[in-house]
Write a protein that binds this ligand. Structure first.
Ligand code: PEP
Ligand code: MN
Length: 260
């Protein structure tokens, strides 16, 4: 038996299209943009206003952050979710935010339009089953060292629990190469489109770890057929509380959008 039957073209030959916030994910090329972490109302609103103006379709922002080190900024938590909800109304941008654990499922689902499951939780099977009970779209990021079969099997957990609205995200994997934060595995984009009906987008920010690489990798992602991008943007990357080195400033983001 195919280990990811529901995610495969065998069970569904037509591409999955997920309508959310006026966008048809899987059909339109869509862009999610915003800060790695929600830091303050000013930071979030400034970013939201700029990315909306530049043509982004969704606002991203982490309220609960999965940080490698316990002393790093952990996010504003529920206050961050509330700021995202405010930005959503103010700038007419649907919101994508990460869910770290089952405990925060209800409140995150209340505020988010798309729930992100981060790389570090790609194989948190309990969490995958829990979001599988929702109907909200789930943005599932590829695990740090996950093979494609493991990635699609993680999607299968969500699908087999009853939620058909899964968007995959390639965000780079660990390889021997340390010149970039991760190695962007662009070859899985056309391969996933052969094997699966699910939409797949690319995160050039976490893949490269370097703002200057975001634009060329974004164009490469589009060229290989990705259904969209998720990009980190900050009004002042040097002062960012997380992932400043890979964040575009507002002008760089606007320039990127004009280049498509
Ligand atoms: C993020 O989107 O900020 C994030 C933590 O991503 P990933 O899970 O891909 O590392
Ligand atoms: Mn980040």
């Amino acid at each position: 038996m195919n280990p990811y039957l529901l995610a495969s073209r065998e069970s569904k030959s037509t591409p999955t299209i997920i309508p959310v916030g006026g966008c048809e994910i899987g059909r339109d090329f869509m862009v999610i943009a915003g800060p790695c972490s929600v830091e303050s109302a000013e930071q979030l609103f400034k970013t939201a206003e700029a990315v909306k103006k530049a043509g982004a379709n969704f606002l991203r922002g982490g309220a609960f952050k999965p940080r490698t080190n316990p002393y790093s900024f952990q996010g504003l938590g529920i206050e961050g979710l509330k700021l995202l909800a405010e930005a959503r109304e103010k700038y007419a941008l649907p919101v994508v935010t990460e869910l770290l654990n089952v405990e925060h499922l209800e409140i995150t689902a209340h505020y988010a339009d798309i729930i992100q499951i981060g790389s570090r939780n790609m194989q948190n099977f309990e969490l995958l089953r829990a979001v599988g009970k929702l109907k909200k779209p789930i943005l599932l990021k590829r695990g740090l060292s996950a093979r494609l079969e493991e990635f699609l099997s993680a999607a299968e957990y969500i699908l087999s629990s009853g939620n058909p609205n899964v968007i995959l995200c390639e965000r780079g994997i660990r390889t021997f190469e340390t010149a970039t934060r991760n190695t962007l595995d662009l070859s899985i984009i056309p391969l996933v489109k052969e094997l699966s009906h699910l939409p797949i987008i690319v995160d050039p920010s976490h893949a490269s770890g370097k703002a200057s690489l975001v634009k060329p990798l974004s164009h490469a992602a589009k060229a290989v057929g990705a259904h969209g991008l998720i990009i980190e943007v900050h009004p002042n990357p040097k002062e960012a509380l997380s992932d400043g080195e890979q964040s575009l400033d507002l002008a760089q983001f606007s320039e990127l959008m004009l280049s498509f």
